[in-house]
Design a protein. Structure first.
Lengths: 501, 466
């Protein structure tokens, strides 16, 4: 460590931890103070992330090491991939906090809720900024633990059962990552993530069998959180969580940390060239393709809106693994972009689902008719995000699918295009009827509306999805501007495939 | 600057004087016990700089005199005892226990015995101090109330039985080598039955005292029936005393070849404890029974790690980390469980509910304590697991890596019965239950221990130096 600038990654994780530590001791009735603290955390973090982005753009290197285990350091660093994820997490943390302040307006344990919310983001930041596998493992496990109290927030018997399943899945995933980290350590020593692959740069290459085993173990470990079939069983059950938690889980924290892990393992632990040579990528691609289609098919049958969205996540997140498995720069751009794009689209949908339930008491697809007239802004946001999921231009989803398709065609993977088309068809089949009924059909006659929440709550729950829906459009319309993640993703892909530096 | 002689002697002179004073002045006894516990913690902290000291009391060197030594193995155990006694004494549960007649004197006697044990370098002294520790621990257990009588009596019998085996082993050592100093016994270079018989006898005695499976039968009733603060000490550090002597014998008195030969037995014993403890924890219906069975399981890591310690300082380091992490975490959980039980008004495990937001520190202590017991990063338990996995895989025992990874999940699943109580709605009215700050401090220490890897390595190096 030579200067304060190198500490930026530490400061970012520290700011999120600090905000958690500041929230926990607050009493549940300190509503205003808690709101102030809850908003200060993401605001400060965003400022730090802004400085980090500027620094990384200008070529600065951020790396902070702390001695940890015998022969292994904790290493926080900021490369382009971590910057993308950190930016997504901090921005969506702010929006979700605004939303949650409107949503969680009564009930016990709100300080606990917001405290673990911040801790969850903290762990996600750590996953993003981890510079080696040990550090990744530390934050990956912390994420599991920080999320549990959020998932079981309601605390009734059914919720606790779902939480138990969630924990068994994710702890087992963590155990696999522990094993993989151990094996990587034995094969390669204490190396950090490298563009082009840590293992690819090894002087003595371990046996192919050992490497394939390592790949399987690590992918299984991160695949649990990424909800890669058949490890996705926990995700629909975790829908017992309050809507802001589902939003965060699906867009930023847990599921995304898993998908981010897939990208790290393929690109920075193995390197796409080595992974390709080992012949493991088609297996990953097949698992992802099956997950994409299977998740969509299951989503079709769900009447509960949040469960439908959950299966849709199972499907959509696997685009990232699919893109990573294609070993083509354009597909890599698609995969990296989808880390961001899936986040802003899915968070919008969950914001809307939560608002429908809280404001109009609508929790199922079959009762959504006529919602467009009652909650036009929210429904408009839902519509934009749903179109994004289908891949209609001009939305973020279109950009992703475009790059994935180009990559697939150039990598001679026409079957992937077929998967994309089938999936888009299924996406349309489970989203368009909702949107159509909401805008064009009258509400059901036996509509029972709950006590309307305070106006401020309603406003906060409407603003958040509208903002993220605008981002979904902006990600496509402004794709070529310097603010867009596309440029970052392209630069990353070029370096990974050895076209630059 | 205090001389090492005085500082090491103060380790047992201070608590013993305190015990006598507490006996003489019962009214001031509780305050005295708290004060001396903290003074001892400060003393141990100051001793960190003296690691490596070896003194001969009264100027007589071994084999004639009584030698004390403060090495890299002893200090972590002293520190564990120091932290546990200080925080447990300050906790509400600790003050309640110390207010009972005789408790303060027993408390300080136990501390004196443990401190003396950790710095003893000779097998007979270890026997004496083990006895002091056992008797004080049994008496503290019995203070748990009428229900604690029978478990305490059983504890006493097992402990005495263990002592007989241990003493017989020491007698054999003395007959064969004419020495009692552990280092001199090791230097005598025994082999064959002359080595195997005393090792087997002492090991049997120590495993009985430690409650290591298959000799665990007495432990859960005793640890569950004792007063909460006493349980924290019993699980946290008392069982570790016997395990500490076990490590000493096998690493200092026995040659690595002997440990290598016995390694499979130790591994099997360790795995058996993990299994038996987990099974008991799944079947427990009472709060403290679950926590006590988790102790049975966690003790298993000691023989398991010893099974890889032949010529591997890394495995010894892992063992120390296991003991320290478990001690701190278990102390925290026992203390916090008291708050959880009092807030709920009962201790039926599966119907305990959220003790309310006022008891945030209690909830934090249990949560963090469980993280350390599971061995999830960045806790002390993780440091222990990682180090042991590294030591074992370096010796070609690859099966240990998935085993340790799986054990974390298993621990998580049975400890979830406790953790889910913290979030089960509706929250109970917490009344006057203690908030649990002392427990939280211990739990934070158990997690922070995860960052002590470099320090532990340095301590182990200090031990290796002549």
């Amino acid at each position: 460590m030579t200067g304060s600038a190198e500490l930026l990654p530490v400061l970012i994780v520290g700011a999120t931890l600090l905000s958690a530590a500041a929230i926990f001791p607050l009493r549940d009735d300190q509503v205003r103070l808690r709101a102030a603290v809850c908003l200060a955390g993401p605001a400060a973090t965003l400022a730090l992330v802004g400085a980090l982005i500027a620094g990384v753009r200008s070529g600065a290197r951020y790396e902070a090491r702390f001695p940890f285990l015998p022969g292994d350091d904790l290493l926080l660093q900021a490369d382009a991939l971590s910057v993308l994820f950190v930016a997504l997490s901090s921005a969506l943390w702010l929006v979700t906090t605004v939303y949650a302040l409107g949503y969680m307006r009564h009930g016990p344990n709100r300080s606990r809720f917001f405290g673990f919310f911040a801790l969850c983001v903290s762990a996600t930041m750590g996953v993003a900024l981890a510079g080696n596998m040990i550090t990744f493992l530390v934050f990956y496990e912390t994420l599991t633990l920080a999320t549990y109290p959020l998932v079981v927030h309601k605390g009734d018997a059914a919720t606790l059962r779902a939480g138990r399943t969630y924990l068994i899945y994710t702890l087992s995933g963590g155990a696999m990552v522990f094993l993989g980290t151990m094996l990587l350590h034995a094969l390669q020593g204490a190396g950090g993530f490298e563009v082009g692959g840590l293992l690819a740069q090894a002087e003595t290459r371990p046996s192919d069998a050992a490497l394939r085993l390592l790949f399987a173990i690590l992918i299984a470990g991160v695949g649990v959180k990424a909800a890669l079939a058949p490890l996705h069983g926990w995700l629909p059950l975790a829908m017992v969580a309050p809507a802001p938690v589902s939003a965060l889980l699906h867009a930023v924290a847990v599921v995304k940390a898993g998908a981010f892990g897939v990208v790290r393992v393929v690109y920075d632990v193995f390197g796409v060239t080595l992974a390709d040579a080992l012949g493991v990528l088609p297996w990953l691609g097949a698992a992802a393709a099956i997950t994409i289609v299977w998740g969509s098919v299951l989503a079709l049958g769900q009447d509960d809106l949040k469960r439908r969205l959950a299966y849709s996540t199972v499907s959509q997140v696997s685009y990232i693994a699919l893109g990573a498995s294609l070993a083509h720069p354009a597909a890599a751009v698609g995969a990296i972009l989808h880390l961001i794009h899936q986040g802003i689209m899915k968070i919008t949908l969950f914001f809307c689902a939560g608002a429908f339930a809280e404001v109009e008491g609508v929790k199922t697809v079959s009762r959504m008719a006529g919602l467009g007239r009652r909650m036009p802004w929210t429904m408009a946001a839902f519509t934009v995000a749903a179109l994004g999921m289908i891949g209609v231009p001009p939305t973020a989803g279109f950009v992703t699918k475009w790059y994935l398709a180009i990559g697939a065609l150039e990598a001679d993977g026409a079957w992937v295009v077929a998967v994309l088309l089938i999936s888009s068809g299924l996406n349309a089949a489970y989203f368009l009827p909702i949107v159509g009924a909401a805008w064009f059909r009258p509400p059901p006659d036996d509509m029972v509306r709950p006590e309307p929440p305070p106006r401020l709550s309603v406003a906060l729950m409407a603003v958040s999805p509208v903002v993220t829906a605008l981002l979904v459009m902006a990600a496509a319309l402004l794709a070529t501007s310097i603010f867009s993640p596309l440029g970052w993703a392209q630069a990353l892909a070029l370096r990974e495939f050895g076209f630059e530096r | 600057m205090v001389s090492p002689d005085a500082a090491l002697a103060a380790l047992f002179v201070l608590p013993l004087t305190g015990a006598l004073a507490a006996f003489a002045a019962p009214r001031a006894a509780a305050a005295l016990a708290i004060g001396v516990s903290w003074a001892n913690a400060a003393l141990v902290g100051g001793l960190y700089g003296m690691v490596g000291a070896r003194i001969a009391l009264g100027g007589h060197a071994a084999p004639l005199g009584v030698a004390l030594r403060l090495d890299g193995l002893a200090w972590p155990f002293l520190a564990l005892a120091g932290a546990l006694f200080a925080f447990a004494a300050s906790a509400t549960a600790g003050r309640a226990l110390l207010a009972k007649p005789g408790a303060a004197a027993l408390w300080l006697t136990l501390l004196a015995g443990l401190n003396a044990l950790f710095v003893s370098a000779d097998a007979f002294n270890l026997y004496i101090t083990l006895e002091v520790v056992s008797l004080a621990a049994v008496a503290l257990t019995a203070l748990g109330g009428p229900a604690a009588g029978a478990p305490a009596l059983r504890y006493l019998f097992v402990s005495l039985g263990g002592s007989i085996f241990y003493l017989a082993g020491v007698a054999f050592f003395y007959r064969a080598t004419g020495a009692l100093d552990i280092g001199l016994i090791g230097a005598a270079g025994l082999s064959g039955p002359a080595l195997a018989a005393p090792l087997a006898l002492t090991t049997l005695g120590l495993l009985l005292k430690a409650g290591a499976a298959p000799f665990h039968f007495w432990l859960p009733p005793a640890h569950a029936a004792a007063a909460p603060a006493a349980s924290a000490l019993l699980s946290g550090v008392v069982v570790k005393a016997a395990l500490y002597v076990l490590i000493r014998l096998w690493t200092d008195a026995a040659p690595p070849e002997a440990l290598d030969a016995a390694a499979p037995v130790f591994r099997v014993l360790g795995l058996a404890a993990l299994g038996v403890g987990a099974l008991g924890a799944f079947r427990a219906t009472r709060l403290k029974a679950l926590i006590a069975f988790s102790t049975v399981a966690q003790i298993g890591y000691a023989p398991l790690a010893l099974g890889f310690a032949a010529g591997s300082p890394l495995a010894v380091q892992a063992l120390v980390a296991f003991m320290a992490a478990h001690g701190l975490a278990k102390g925290a959980i026992f203390l916090a469980a008291d708050g959880l039980r009092r807030a709920n008004g009962h201790d039926a495990l599966d119907s305990l509910a959220d003790p309310g937001s006022r008891l945030g520190p209690t909830k934090g202590a249990i949560g963090l304590g469980v993280v350390a017991l599971m061995g999830l990063p960045p806790s002390g338990g993780f440091l222990a697991k990682w180090t042991l996995a590294e030591a074992a895989t370096a010796q070609g025992h690859w099966w240990m890596a998935p085993l340790l990874a799986g054990a974390a999940v298993l621990t998580g699943v049975y400890m979830l019965r406790l953790v889910s109580a913290l979030v089960r709605a509706p929250a109970c009215a917490d009344g006057d239950a203690p908030r649990g700050w002392s427990a939280l401090a211990l739990a934070v220490a158990a997690v922070a221990l995860g960052f002590s890897g470099p320090m532990l390595s340095a301590l182990m190096l200090a031990e290796a130096a002549p």
